[in-house]
Ligand binder design. Structure first.
Ligand code: ZN
Length: 84
């Protein structure tokens, strides 16, 4: 594996480097800039998902959002399942 940063392609030195899971070495500042710019959530690079994976994630998030909204409204309408 090369020791060049996966973002800027310059050599990564030990103390300034991080390893991006499944990708390779990077400078800490390059990685932080990447995380700030790209739609990355925790270790998940959303932009790297294929259509099917992305739709699964979207469904999960919608379903979680519905569930949380239902809880916020309280237990009065329990059993009222929201379809979308
Ligand atoms: Zn770099």
């Amino acid at each position: 594996m090369s020791l060049n940063c996966i973002f800027c392609n310059k050599l990564v030195f030990g103390t300034t480097g991080v390893t991006v899971p499944n990708k390779g070495p990077a400078h800490q500042y390059c990685y932080q800039a990447h995380v700030a710019l790209k739609r990355t959530f925790q270790s998940l690079d959303i932009g790297a998902l294929n259509e099917s994976e992305f739709n699964d994630l979207k469904d999960l998030i919608l379903s979680e959002a519905n569930e949380r909204e239902r809880k916020r409204r309280g237990a009065s309408d329990m059993g009222d399942i929201e379809l979308f």
